[in-house]
Design a binder for this molecule. Structure first.
Ligand code: LLP
Length: 418
């Protein structure tokens, strides 16, 4: 569900024609819908109403400060994976006690920052990391709250690059050895074991991997409780998919209806870490057609957004629907929609049936709110894109377009070359 739809021939973001946004802010442009983000966040919050829970939004999906503030205002927490994300979360007003910290490579500086902040818990991914957190907490005279991230060895049936809960993935601690790791953790002086966490992958479109993974984790949870561990938090990660084309993924409520009965009265606070399912369909990438080109039998639509602005198609062969900002009666053609980057892998769509594009018109790349801007780069020295948040008839620039000066601002030329 989202608020990007045609009214007459014009594509609207909520109550604003996207064509007007292109004129006002230029292209390429990321456009987000306030109502869509809020609706998706609330869908989680309401699905678990009555059960103690924290919705820790996975910042990595989209880190824009305005979006973080919108979620913070509505009670959202944060799932972070770096000191930078911690900084952003705090700046947006997310309370430390709603922040969980994952990632296999936390540095000393990052661990110190999180301990000083007093986050809810570290989701620890290895024995080495546990020892490091214990050592640093000791120096800082703190007790570090931790959950162990458990790898339940479940196949989430998603793209191999975004599956994380199988044995061959680098994430988490194998479930078979979990108990001994918990015992070891409980012997560390500066560690307080408070939780169990799992996250099995992303863009998961069926319920069974979530159900199977939760059941496996609960066996461990019950085992731990029997052995007098005080596990207060059960963090089930994120990963719920969204419709990019004709997938019909479950919604948060479907998931809650399956998971809550399995939890069956256990006294815990449930934590979830959704990213994509909150912001994915709440954003589009608006791009302008620069040129049309025919090469042999192939049609190319050359647009002003490239793989550096939205790398999902190039990186995962991901499908994003592409539709015109203004509909016209026109034939369909098969074309590659490509960007200006000097790589053959720079495409937004390959061999796609689309409405025949015209030079100068705008196209909307749909479902680009998650892992779009947050994974973008300045490759080919292309300034960062602008981002706009639409709320009803109002629209606000929430990130200004970068300029050429930004590209070299942090670079330095040694004196002997000056
Ligand atoms: N929690 C942890 C520990 C994660 O690693 C992730 C995503 C999430 C939560 C949020 O997952 P979500 O609800 O968004 O599926 N760049 C890829 C997706 C990478 C996901 C990485 N981890 C893409 O564009 O498809």
């Amino acid at each position: 569900m989202h608020f990007f739809s045609y009214k007459g021939n014009e594509l609207y973001a909520e109550d604003v024609p996207v064509r007007e946004l292109a004129e006002r802010y230029g292209t390429p442009l990321y456009i987000y819908s306030h109502e869509t983000i809020l609706r998706h966040f609330r869908a989680y919050d309401e699905a678990y109403r009555g059960f103690p829970h924290i919705v820790c939004y996975a910042l990595k999906a989209n880190t824009n400060s305005a979006i973080l503030r919108l979620l913070a205002r509505n009670g959202g927490g944060a799932d972070i994976v770096s000191g930078g994300e911690l900084f952003r979360a705090l700046k947006a007003g997310i309370p430390p006690k709603k922040i969980v910290y994952a990632g296999v490579g936390k540095t000393e500086q990052e661990i110190r920052f999180a301990l000083k902040t007093g986050i809810l818990m570290f989701n620890v991914e290895s024995v080495d990391e546990l020892a490091e957190i214990d050592r640093i907490a000791g120096i800082m005279k703190k007790k570090a709250p931790v959950a162990l991230r458990i790898n339940p060895d479940i196949d989430p049936k998603t793209h191999p690059y975004i599956s994380t809960g199988m044995k061959e993935n680098k994430f988490g601690i194998a479930i078979e050895t979990a108990l001994e790791h918990y015992r070891a953790a409980s012997r560390l002086k500066n560690i307080e074991v408070v939780g169990v966490q799992k996250h099995i992958g992303s863009q998961i479109t069926t319920l069974s991997p979530f159900v199977d993974a939760l059941k496996r984790i609960l066996t461990l949870f019950d085992e731990l409780n029997k052995r007098k561990f005080d596990i207060r938090y059960l963090d089930i990660g994120g990963g719920l998919g969204i419709p990019y084309s004709d997938e019909k993924p479950p919604v948060p409520n479907d998931l809650a209806r399956r998971l809550l009965p399995i939890l069956n009265g256990r006294k815990i606070t449930l934590i979830m870490e959704p990213g994509r399912s909150i912001v994915g369909n709440a954003g589009i990438l608006l791009t302008r057609v620069l040129y049309l080109k025919k090469s042999g039998r192939k049609n190319f639509v050359i647009v002003d957004a490239g793989m550096n602005d939205l790398m999902r198609p190039s990186l995962y062969d991901a499908y994003h629907r592409i539709i015109p900002a203004v509909k016209r009666r026109r034939p369909q053609v098969t074309a590659d929609v490509v960007g200006p980057i000097c790589e053959s892998g720079d495409f937004l769509a390959k061999g796609r049936r689309i409405e025949k594009a015209e030079r100068g018109e705008c196209l909307a790349v749909m479902s680009a709110g998650a892992y779009g801007m947050s994974m973008s780069s300045n490759y080919n020295s292309r300034p960062s894109l602008a981002e706009v948040l639409v709320k009803g008839k109002k629209h606000n620039l929430i990130r200004k377009r970068g300029d050429y000066g930004d590209l070299i601002r942090d670079e330095m030329v040694p004196g002997y070359l000056a």
